[in-house]
Design a protein around this ligand. Sequence first.
Ligand SMILES: *Cc1c(COP(=O)(O)O)cnc(C)c1O
Length: 424
Amino acid sequence: MTELTVLDRAACQRRDADDPLRGFRDDFIIPTDTIYLDGNSLGARPKGAAERAAAVIEDEWGEGLIRSWNTAGWFELPAALGEKVSGLVGGGDGSTVVTDTTSINLFKAASAALRIQAEDRPERRVILTQRENFPSDIYMLQGLAEQLDDGYEVRLVDDAEVTAGFPTTMTDEVALVVLTHVNYRTGRLFDMRSTTEAIHAGGALAIWDLCHSAGALPIDLAGGGADMAVGCTYKFLNGGPGSPAFIWVAEEHRNRFAQPLSGWWSHAKPFEMSPGYAPAEGIRRFLTGTQGIVSMSVAEVGLDVAARADMGAVRAKSLELSDLFIELVETRLSHHPVEIVTPREHEHRGSQVSIAHEEGFAIMSALIARGIIGDYREPSILRFGLTPLYLGFADVWDTVEALRDILDNRLWDTPEFKVRGAVT
Ligand SMILES: *Cc1c(COP(=O)(O)O)cnc(C)c1O
């Protein structure tokens, strides 16, 4: 017998009470009277982050001084944290380091992949990426193509072309395809395994950007056949503002690739201080120079919380939250011109709900003024990131009700909600 479910706040609270991930909320410090729906842009602060930063500054730096490179494990942090990220994205042992930014890591990975192709398939000069990719990824690829100055060209493809397996764009000119796993604006999720198969069938290599999927859903990088991958730790992994990114390389390329930012941290024996370059074996080869140890140490706190969570349960709750969000928008905001742009099919949905409305910016400003924090992305998109570790079903209810009040009463329509800061 199917139960008739009444959708009201009490029903959402009951779901919160039954939520197996509910306890994780206590692992985070979220300001009171705040519903945080921007964990896909900057994750919330895990408990212990401030204490970790203080311990690094006061004890490891203050007392240990330079000895801490060895005694506090600073030198090994990129690889040690890499193992933790790898556990979350199915990378395998010795496959991942945490270092630099996503933009810089993408430049290194794309350059390394093109060098592999220059040996294996030397005629190929085209890099494909999504037209709707996060712009920094496109800019980095264009910068790399110009830098190489050898006829390399970046071609932009529509999301539908990617989903269909590149029927019109995969030619024997394509050396490399760089794809972001979840579209940052719409929340569309691409299937890694089948898409990578299509890329390999065309003779190209595949780099995946996991910024919007790492920590939000189960990922099987090694099993999915990817060649290289990059991603953030400050979004769903809650590593802190500007925390270092990660970079992963498949086993078959691991001792073969060469990257362009070949600083001393990528050297086989950095402290021999030799004038001759010799790359380290394995993934350390993707390092460049000295890292921000305070930021890296704090990132570990977020990774340790994620490591305790079952990614299957995280994904299940994420889909339940986004289903609820979509259903509430459809039933309670149906008298307003709002359009849900996030795909309805679970297999095509990441961990966010995006809604288009012409006055999106002012509406989001009005929500933020009430402590309900999402963000706005051009054009006209209100973006709500759903982090299952600290977000509940009643939070989603309250968010949609606040939206309803703001829309019904045109509360967004005041000059103060139309002023834009440098960061939106
Ligand atoms: C967030 C994000 C970035 C950010 O890159 P940074 O170098 O950390 O500024 C890059 N790519 C994608 C797809 C992102 O979502």
